[in-house]
Design a protein around this ligand. Structure first.
Ligand SMILES: Nc1ncnc2c1ncn2[C@@H]1O[C@H](COP(=O)(O)OP(=O)(O)OP(=O)(O)O)[C@@H](O)[C@H]1O
Length: 241
């Protein structure tokens, strides 16, 4: 698929080998600005590896990775400040209250998003009297999302941001993610939820065994069958038991 300047994330033929195992095999994928791109794939398909490679944490053995026009492996701190990320178990400092962390992070960026806005919209205020170590997994996940967004990044990678969240929190997260995209960010969300992809995504990519099998709008990818059935058809394997 031809890429355009609106594409903030452009991976072309990316191969990544981890401890002798090919985790990405000629993966090509794009994510435009001002849109949410949901990446679906089975366990081990390569979603987290795609995110880590896009962040510049892993060096591809072949292919090209351009994030905001730069190679993330070589990019400097100026580039990194423009890219946000919330990984699963995303390494937050645990001995401080969420508001202390968010206020601190906001001072590290030239043009931060008002941290209190995120703190309110993601419901963090309700449990802010506790330090992060004492929070539930879902509560911590929302703090990680706020931490990823406070620097007003132009590209954001969110690794399963609603996994394990209650329905209210999930809606809060979806609303915040949509707003961020409407403000112009390229948002890449990995997920196992078809509902999430259908309700949140402007674009969907299905990856399997380290390759992107299909990408496009949810309607284009789902076609007549719908997203869920198309996903099963694309990624079915013999005897999975
Ligand atoms: N550090 C590593 N060393 C060797 N192989 C790895 C390493 N990390 C991941 N892999 C392998 O690379 C492949 C892709 O893994 P990855 O974590 O990117 O998948 P994923 O799509 O994010 O899976 P999940 O849905 O379970 O989070 C898998 O086969 C996995 O076993």
């Amino acid at each position: 698929m031809p890429t355009t300047p609106a594409d903030a994330v452009v991976l072309e033929g990316v191969q990544v080998v981890r401890d002798g195992h090919t985790a990405l095999a000629e993966l090509s994928l794009t994510a435009p600005r001002g849109a949410v791109t949901c990446v679906l794939g089975r366990n081990g398909a390569g979603k987290s590896t795609m995110v880590e490679t896009s962040l510049g944490l892993l060096r591809p053995a072949a292919g090209s990775v351009r994030i905001l026009g730069s190679d993330p492996w070589r990019a400097g701190p100026g580039h990194r400040a423009r890219v946000g990320v919330a990984l699963q178990d995303g390494g937050l400092p645990t001995g401080v209250r969420p508001s202390v962390l968010l206020e601190h992070l906001s001072r590290l960026y030239p043009n931060p998003r008002p941290w209190k806005d995120l703190w309110l919209r993601l419901g963090i205020k309700a449990y802010d009297q506790r330090i992060i170590r004492r929070l539930s997994g879902g509560q911590r996940q929302r703090v990680a999302l706020a931490a990823a967004l406070v620097g007003r990044p132009e590209v954001v990678f969110l690794d399963e941001p609603t996994a394990g969240l209650d329905p209210h929190s999930r809606l809060d997260v979806w609303q915040v993610v949509r707003t961020i995209a409407q403000e112009g960010a390229a948002v890449v969300v990995t997920t196992h939820s078809f509902e999430e992809a259908e309700r949140l995504a402007d674009r969907v990519a299905v990856i399997d065994a380290g390759r992107c099998l299909v990408e496009g709008s949810p309607a284009e990818v789902g076609g007549e069958q719908g997203l869920e059935q198309r996903f099963f058809d694309l990624t079915r394997r013999e005897a999975t038991a």
